[in-house]
Design a protein around this ligand. Structure first.
Ligand code: PEP
Ligand code: MN
Length: 337
């Protein structure tokens, strides 16, 4: 942390700040320029959390030197993390595809989807049992019944399963049935939910919030890891911008930025990013080319009749075509698929 003093700050103002820093057992490194003096704080800056240094006389601004997230930070963990979900490893040099319906609608729908996506090469089955819908009148999910079908699909296909949790009750139910929890975009900064998901020890897929910066997203991941659960995978799913041609705007740059700032694996969800089936393939290819560790793709046996997100869901044939086209690109990127 660096404290930048105002031009021509009085000597007594500089000394006051230095005294506060030293009174907390920290070292104050003063560099006096011609116009501006800056004070570097060396040591554990959390000792200064009861001091609002910016309100003292002649202080211009406080500049953070290191990010507030530590456990998710690549600076303190240079090796990329590998996260195990059942027998699947995310971030270990493979391309991992999670696919399935937006919402679990019936046992038949889920099992048909599970078999089709497995045949096409997907390694994890997704399905929503608790749906965070924009309208309270839209289909809200089958809840625990849906989780039971997810477990049945895993037993039948061997695919690990992931389901979104939206409340503490949903977490308590989901831990009995699924291999990975999903925290959706709308709950990315529901810090209580993040902590509870962290406590389960299950791997967590943390989607980026609709309007979240990368810094806020990584701080959210820190809440989960700080509970002693390092098994976090990030998912870029588009952010709100002024553009209305797509549901959201896919921030492909998040992939290399996350790779630089964090050791956590990152996957991309082009389905929720665009809301349009025709854009899912080109953006899946872009995500893999940018270095993503995986993809989340919505599929449905009959998208025209889907109870949610039909317009962005791929048919089984379209999903098969997508995985076929991904194979040579994955190989080019050095990823097993
Ligand atoms: C989902 O994956 O079903 C979902 C609701 O996604 P998001 O949280 O990204 O909107
Ligand atoms: Mn959906």
């Amino acid at each position: 942390m660096i404290i930048v003093m105002k031009p021509q700050a009085k000597q007594e103002s500089i000394q006051r700040i230095k005294n506060i820093i030293e009174s907390k057992g920290l070292y104050a490194h003063i560099s006096a320029g011609k116009e501006v003096t800056i004070i570097g704080v060396v040591g554990d800056k959390t000792r200064l959390q009861d001091q609002n240094l910016e309100i003292y006389e002649d202080v211009d601004k406080i500049v953070a030197v290191t990010e507030s997230y530590k456990l998710a930070n690549r600076k303190f963990h240079p090796e990329p993390s590998k996260i195990k979900v059942g027998n699947v490893v995310i971030g270990g040099g493979s391309l991992v595809i999670m696919s399935g319906p937006c919402a679990v609608e019936s046992k038949e729908q889920l099992l048909a989807t599970a078999h089709a996506i497995k045949k096409a090469g997907a390694q994890i089955l997704r399905g929503g049992a608790y749906k965070p819908r924009t309208s309270p009148y839209a289909f809200q999910g089958l809840e625990e019944e849906g989780l039971m079908y997810m477990k049945a699909a895993r037993e039948e296909t061997g695919l690990p399963v992931i389901c979104e949790v939206t409340s503490l009750n949903a977490i308590e139910a989901a831990v009995k049935y699924v291999d990975m929890l999903q925290i959706g975009a709308r709950n990315m900064q529901n810090f209580y939910l993040l902590k509870e998901a962290g406590k389960t020890g299950l791997p967590v897929l943390l989607k980026r919030g609709l309007s979240a910066t990368i810094d806020e997203w990584l701080n959210a991941s820190e809440y989960i890891i700080a509970e002693g659960n390092p098994n976090v995978v990030l998912c870029e799913r588009g952010i709100r911008t002024f553009e209305t041609a797509t549901r959201n705007t896919l921030d492909i740059s998040a992939v290399p930025v996350i790779k630089e700032k964090s050791h956590l694996p990152i996957i991309v969800d082009p389905s929720h990013a665009t809301g349009v089936r025709a854009y899912v393939k080109p953006l899946s290819l872009s995500a893999v080319a940018a270095g993503a560790d995986g993809l989340m793709i919505e599929t449905h046996p009959d998208p025209a009749r889907a109870l949610s997100d039909g317009a962005q869901s791929l048919t089984f044939e379209q999903f098969e075509e997508l995985t076929r086209e991904l194979r040579p690109l994955a190989a080019l990127m050095g990823k097993k698929f």
